[in-house]
Design a protein around this ligand. Structure first.
Ligand code: ATP
Ligand code: MG
Length: 288
């Protein structure tokens, strides 16, 4: 019987939907997974294990799950022996200091002799040691942001994306301890099995092509024939653009793949060079 690669993803939380979306973008057909702990892809030798995010690094270290999708913050906090293979570009947040609205701190030295509540004691303690600062770290498993108003801690160190939760608790964001995003991790002994390694390489290739596609746009435009050289100069294309004739002999159609963040930069220049009907379309996959 063929072996299945086992992938751990967060069961329910901020990373769940995007993790499943990424797998679907890779062309995986996944059975209905409502309330199930493990499901299989119908068109790939893959089992998906739904777990709490805190547990994912350990399952992967122990090779119970061969690979996983989890926040870098969890990997670093647990300090387990897994390999971060690829940052996935979602679940972005920062582990930052939160301080009462009226407080003022300038840098890490102002934490000296203060009490800081956090769910990430290891990352915070390492950070304090690296900066030669002595502070008391209190570990709380959740609702860290209420610690200052309860008088349990002076400051907090927690994950922040918009800062709204801090604001609701009359706290403000101070400096950053760590940037984090979701990452693909793998067990260090998984590739000793050639069958699993083959499956992993295949999946990774699909993930990479889907991430590349997300960052790219397919653009199309019509241009006057005599501005072709100028237009080609402007387009920072992945490959040389496609140039097609149109029924109007004075015009050409130009198609190209460009990185998404370049689209708005070059738009004005393209128009100035005579391009019209500029379209940009999403791309599902890019295999180079
Ligand atoms: P679980 O029940 O799986 O343990 P959780 O409550 O610990 O879930 P979530 O709040 O769903 O975890 O967050 C999962 C991950 O999402 C975090 O570890 C982090 O990597 C990422 N993340 C992105 N933005 C934020 C944010 N604003 N606050 C917390 N985590 C965030
Ligand atoms: Mg958790």
């Amino acid at each position: 019987m063929k072996k299945n690669l086992k992938l751990a993803v967060q069961k329910k939380g901020r990373l769940s939907d995007k993790s499943m979306q990424l797998l679907r973008n890779c062309g995986l057909d996944i059975e209905n997974f409502q309330d199930r702990l493990i499901v299989s892809a119908t068109n790939f030798n893959l089992d998906i294990l739904f777990l709490r995010d805190d547990d994912i690094p350990e399952y992967v270290q122990d090779n119970v799950a061969h690979i996983g999708i989890v926040g870098e913050n969890e990997v670093l906090e647990k300090g387990l022996d897994v390999e971060i293979v690829k940052k996935l570009g979602f679940g972005r947040c920062s582990l930052s200091l939160g301080i009462p609205e009226k407080s003022k701190i300038n840098d890490v030295n102002d934490l000296s002799n203060k009490t800081i509540a956090t769910s990430y004691p290891n990352i915070l303690k390492n950070y304090l040691v690296e900066n030669n600062v002595e502070a008391k770290v209190i570990e709380l498993s959740g609702s860290v942001e209420i610690a200052p108003s309860l008088g349990v801690a002076d400051f907090i160190c927690d994950l922040v994306s918009t800062g709204n939760t801090l604001k609701l608790n009359k706290l403000k964001k101070s400096f950053k301890v760590l940037d984090s995003q979701a990452a693909l991790i793998k067990s260090k002994i998984m590739d000793e099995d050639p069958e699993l390694k083959k499956l992993f390489d295949k999946l990774l290739e699909r993930i990479e092509s889907s991430l590349k596609a997300q960052k790219s746009k397919y653009i199309m435009m019509n241009i006057p024939k005599n501005s072709l050289d100028r237009i080609i100069e402007i387009i920072p294309s992945l490959k040389s653009p496609t140039v097609l004739p149109l029924s109007d002999e004075n015009l050409l159609a130009v198609h190209a793949v460009i990185s998404e963040n370049k689209f708005w930069d070059i738009n004005e220049d393209l128009k100035k060079a005579g391009a019209s009907g500029i379209l940009s379309l999403p791309i599902e996959n890019i295999i180079l």
